[in-house]
Design a protein around this ligand. Structure first.
Ligand SMILES: Cc1cc2nc3c(=O)[nH]c(=O)nc-3n(C[C@H](O)[C@H](O)[C@H](O)COP(=O)(O)OP(=O)(O)OC[C@H]3O[C@@H](n4cnc5c(N)ncnc54)[C@H](O)[C@@H]3O)c2cc1C
Length: 462
């Protein structure tokens, strides 16, 4: 490899780092560069100073030491689902954990231990072998660590709370290069910050969390013609008022474009759907509760008892890299006026999916053992996304989302959820005031020079 190929565009010589790693380091100009810098979200053009493909905690520590010596920063990334909010990376080494894979299930203690680059489907499948379920997200290939550090909203959240608050231990490399294991007794402040505060505090190498004895759920989708969107969403909204914590649901408009990536039966068509997930013990009780929605007369009804592992495909999220623009936020309320405006705006937009998810239940309850996200008061979550295979499409979706968020602004809650914020927000908007100030104090202690960089950074407090 020539001298020219091992120096980055800014003249950084990565050879000393390469000689220390089990994994690889890729510099701009090298043949693997364009592949190495890709994020899962193909609409994001990442141009870091170098990319490290770490294989061990020691690789992470060596990368941090190298970055410090060269006045660079380090941005850990599992998959790049959350890459859109990252911003300019010219002074940053992108530290990919995708080679650090592995899941161990302890069926007696009902705990999973996973390495930093593990994706959700790997945990879901391994846990299901023991009749157990994880608080996994809607997508099979979202990274477990990024999802959990940001909060982790699963289909079981109204019953069991967010994923971050079921974490029992985290192993990480700190900004000073130490390899640590954190839990309630060891490095408790760092443990608290990592559970919901995002990726600003250390590079996580492994994470352990509780599993739940759930083998089957009663779940699926009720599909209706999109011209009934206002009526169906209002009926769904009223129905949510009566639901126990075991029932999670989403009211959603889907506008499938006529492109080959969309399966034939729905390609080019639009629907309003209600997704329901009943995690109670008796499916018959779930069926009784879903009955008022069924009387609305769906054109397709897929709600039935399914193995819990199939929940990772219920929401029809894209598997494998995709180009998209998305954003979201918390809503203080969803009333008929909001639904009128929501439907009108979405139907004339470039948005593929616009959903309102019912929160409340366990995600709204406080507990002294919780991490940086103690509880969310907002009862609903808005999340919207559109396809962005080329820049003009991305601009159209961005504009549609901006307009929708502008129209819904009177309902927007003070605080939003880091993992659905596709654009950079003020960090103070992502947490309660007390959590935000505590996170800043912890950041100042564990990483005063702001070496570890998150997609939603927390500035150190001095
Ligand atoms: C299709 C899709 C479906 C989704 N569904 C859900 C859902 O159901 N529920 C939900 O809550 N969220 C959901 N999300 C949001 C998702 O949880 C966030 O985008 C999350 O950040 C993804 O984590 P990642 O590791 O895959 O992404 P990445 O972009 O790799 O990571 C995001 C951030 O996490 C931090 N991070 C990642 N790895 C490490 C590490 N080893 N050490 C320290 N910090 C790290 C970094 O700050 C990084 O910038 C979804 C997103 C998409 C695109």
């Amino acid at each position: 490899m020539t001298e020219m190929l091992t120096r980055t565009q800014s003249g950084l010589d990565v050879r000393p780092l390469r000689s220390l790693l089990d994994g690889d380091v890729v510099a701009p100009g090298e043949s693997e560069w364009d592949e190495a810098r890709l994020a899962w979200n193909l609409a994001v053009d990442q141009r870091p100073a170098a990319v490290v493909l770490a294989e061990s905690a020691e690789d992470v520590a060596a990368t941090i030491a190298f970055a410090r010596a060269h006045a660079l920063r380090v941005a850990p990334q599992g998959t790049g689902h959350g890459a859109a909010a990252m911003g300019d990376m010219a002074d940053t080494i992108l530290l990919k954990t995708e080679r650090m894979r592995g899941v161990t299930i302890d069926p007696e203690q009902r705990i999973a231990r996973v390495e930093a680059g593990t994706i959700w489907i790997e945990v879901v499948e391994a846990a299901a072998e023991h009749g157990l379920a994880a608080l996994a997200g809607s997508s099979p290939d979202v990274g477990v660590v990024g999802y959990t550090l940001g909060g982790g909203l699963s289909w079981l959240a109204r019953k069991h709370g967010i994923g971050a608050n079921q974490v029992t231990a985290i192993e990480a490399v700190t900004a000073s290069g130490d390899i640590v294991r954190t839990d309630w007794a060891n490095e408790p402040d760092l443990f608290w910050a990592l559970r919901g505060g995002g990726g600003s505090f250390a590079v996580v190498t492994a994470i352990e969390f509780n599993l739940f004895p759930i083998a089957d759920v009663y779940a699926g989708i009720l599909w209706f013609p999109v011209d009934r969107a206002t009526e169906i969403l209002k009926a769904w909204r009223a129905w949510t008022d009566e639901m126990p914590d075991e029932m999670t649901s989403v009211g959603r408009i889907l506008q499938f474009p006529p492109v080959p990536q969309i399966p034939e039966p729905v390609r080019g068509q639009s629907f309003v759907v209600v997704e329901v997930i009943w995690a109670g013990e008796r499916a018959a009780e779930g069926a009784r509760l879903v009955e008022p929605l069924r009387t609305l007369g769906p054109v397709m009804d897929t709600v039935m008892t399914i193995p819990v592992r199939e929940l990772t495909r219920l929401h029809m999220d894209p598997e494998g890299p995709a180009a998209g623009v998305g954003d979201g936020g918390m809503l203080d309320d969803v009333d008929d006026h909001l639904i009128d405006l929501f439907v009108e705006q979405v139907l004339r937009s470039a948005i593929l999916s616009a959903e309102i998810r019912h929160l409340g239940g366990a995600v709204g309850r406080r507990d002294s053992r919780h991490g940086a996200i103690d509880a969310w008061e907002a009862p609903y979550l808005l999340s919207v996304v559109g396809m962005a295979p080329f820049p003009e499409a991305a601009s159209a979706v961005e504009q549609s989302i901006r307009q929708l968020r502008g129209i819904l602004e009177p309902w927007e809650a003070d605080h939003t959820y880091l993992n659905v914020a596709g654009s950079r927000r003020r960090a103070s908007q992502l947490f309660s005031s007390a959590s935000y100030h505590r996170l800043r104090r912890i950041k100042a202690i564990v990483d005063p020079t702001d070496l570890v960089r998150s997609n939603h950074p927390i500035p150190p407090a001095f």
